[in-house]
Design a protein around this ligand. Structure first.
Ligand code: FES
Ligand code: FES
Length: 199
């Protein structure tokens, strides 16, 4: 369950929504004088907290895939839920019980690979976040995406976005990594369907 918020003449208007997934397209940009482009101003809360939203929501400024914006969220919400639920960035996957074992939820935050199931929105003020959607498009893929395809590094593809973001974070800081550095960079990424062994 989530709240949709819009602002008119300095007043915030809220309406309660329900459904399996928040589309992210919750407000007309023209109705939101304080909103920046791209992001909806959305309130995304856990169901048990929604009745007490006035006390617990927090407005957080962040940049997602190069576009600045703001969200109003439960500060205890984890980043993966905001990226998927508010921004509809569904490349960010969950493949474990959110305890950091799989790496499928890896995104880049302030230049570092981060497992987005482990970080709370309260720590995201001012963050610069990149997901696979910010790398390339089907018509114009990023070089790392092309390399994964050309190497056949995909079976079901579920782990691939996290792997690609781990690769991007590594190559951004170390364009010519050695084998041990590559192993270290991918140590928290699992592929569950290819019989991958973590040597
Ligand atoms: S869902 Fe985040 S590490 Fe598995
Ligand atoms: S390709 Fe299927 S989990 Fe990695």
């Amino acid at each position: 369950m989530w709240l949709e918020v819009s602002e008119k003449q300095g007043r915030s208007l809220f309406s309660m929504k329900s459904g399996k997934q928040c589309s992210g397209g919750v407000a007309n940009r023209g109705d939101l004088p304080g909103a920046l482009s791209y992001d909806p101003v959305a309130v995304y809360l856990s169901e048990k907290l929604i009745m007490d939203w006035r006390r617990i929501v927090k407005k957080i400024n962040l940049k997602v895939n190069g576009r600045p914006g703001q969200v109003v969220v439960d500060p205890n919400l984890v980043l993966i839920d905001t990226l998927r639920g508010v921004y509809s960035l569904t490349s960010v996957k969950q493949s474990c019980d959110r305890k950091g074992q799989c790496g499928a939820c890896t995104v880049i935050v302030n230049g570092k690979a981060v497992r987005s199931c482990l970080v709370k929105m309260d720590d995201m003020e001012g963050a610069d976040i990149i997901t696979v959607e910010g790398l390339g498009t089907p018509d114009n893929p990023h070089l790392i995406q092309e390399a994964f395809v050309l190497s056949g590094a995909i079976q079901c593809g579920f782990c691939t976005p996290g792997m690609i973001m781990a690769a991007r974070a590594l190559l951004d800081t170390n364009p010519n990594p050695g084998t041990e550095e590559i192993k270290k960079a991918f140590r928290r990424n699992l592929c569950r369907c290819t019989g991958m062994s973590k040597s």
